[in-house]
Design a protein around this ligand. Structure first.
Ligand SMILES: NC(=O)c1ccc[n+]([C@@H]2O[C@H](COP(=O)([O-])OP(=O)(O)OC[C@H]3O[C@@H](n4cnc5c(N)ncnc54)[C@H](OP(=O)(O)O)[C@@H]3O)[C@@H](O)[C@H]2O)c1
Length: 289
């Protein structure tokens, strides 16, 4: 079985590296060719010049792309040669969009699964990500065998779109949680608690402590927002949550408020920063910490 990967961004590059080391990756494609050439030089995997060439040259195609429009455009290019192929999309996109694309792929004689990731680039390097899979049950073992080379957990969530809905459960909470963490951090510091003590509360003593607090509180304290997960991606995920909750007529005030906060930071030029930069909204201009 030949496996291909489309999308060598922050996540895709590292996922590809794990697959290549496990001997489970034969061909890569990236819109910006230089990244694919660098990957090929580092990992000895061949580069395809077009999406169609990659799909034709493989049986299973992983995609790890930015958003709905990127995945839709890649699937459009793949459709003429999709017969008999399996697409495993690891991007976080709208479940509704993904279900529609899976339908087009099926009508072309192929299959598509959604397999979004919980965990960030560091977790990929440590092979600690969790992957939530939606799509035909009979293809799950194939997907698990490949993705298992880069993940600690690969879980089946149901039919097409269910992996994405499950992933958005995580990001709804994460988006609201990190925004609240920024507010809590600056409430403590501005009230006179020492920054190191606020950090200790949030990371060690809080009843709401979490692995995310370990990753993000040091960033909030230092103001080092080098990117683990780009703020514009969190904004995108919360927008998807808004659309999906609207579709089912469910109020979603926490994620709605968090979305506005991320938009404010992005509008100020922070879209490529780590999403913990949302905490800057609560920082007093003259305060040093
Ligand atoms: N970073 C994280 O911590 C993390 C964690 C979990 C899930 N995710 C999700 O995983 C996905 C990828 O994230 P990332 O951080 O790897 O993003 P990224 O670094 O921005 O990479 C995006 C990739 O998509 C490609 N792309 C964008 N638009 C395209 C188009 N129209 N046609 C073809 N290719 C296109 C880019 O190609 P170029 O190189 O040519 O720009 C690049 O390879 C996102 O959906 C994100 O929400 C990310």
């Amino acid at each position: 079985m030949r496996v291909g990967l489309i999308g060598l961004g922050v996540m895709g590059y590292r996922i590809g590296a794990n697959l290549a080391r496990a001997g489970k990756l034969q061909l890569v494609y990236n819109r910006t060719r230089e990244k694919a050439d660098r990957f090929s030089a580092e990992h000895g995997v061949e580069v395809a010049s077009t999406v169609g060439e990659l799909v034709e040259g493989t049986d299973v195609v992983l995609t790890m792309l930015s958003d709905d429009s990127a995945v839709s455009s890649v699937i459009r290019e793949a459709l003429p040669v999709i017969k008999g192929k399996v697409i495993i999309d690891m991007s976080t996109i709208s479940p509704t969009t993904s279900i529609g694309l899976a339908d087009q792929v099926r009508r072309g004689g192929g299959n598509m699964m959604d397999a979004p990731v919980i965990g960030t680039s560091i977790h990929v390097e440590q092979k600690k990500i969790a992957v939530l899979v939606g799509g035909p049950r009979e293809l799950f073992e194939t997907a698990k065998d490949i993705i298992g080379a880069t993940a600690a957990a690969v879980e089946y969530m149901g039919g097409n779109g269910m992996g994405l809905y499950a992933k958005l459960v995580n990001n709804l909470l994460l988006g609201a949680y990190v925004a609240a963490m920024g507010e809590a951090y600056w409430f403590g510091v501005r009230s006179g608690v020492k920054p190191e003590d606020v950090e200790k509360v949030l990371r060690q003593l809080s009843s709401a402590r979490s692995p995310t607090a370990d990753l993000k509180v040091p960033k909030i304290r230092s103001g080092d927002y080098s990117t683990q997960f780009a703020l514009r991606h969190m904004r995108k995920d919360l927008e998807i949550v808004q659309r999906e909750t609207q579709n089912i007529g469910m109020p979603a005030p926490m994620s709605s408020l968090a979305l506005q906060l991320y938009r404010l930071v992005e509008q100020g030029g922070g879209g490529d920063l780590d999403f913990a930069a949302v905490a800057e909204l609560f920082k007093p201009r003259s305060n040093t910490s």
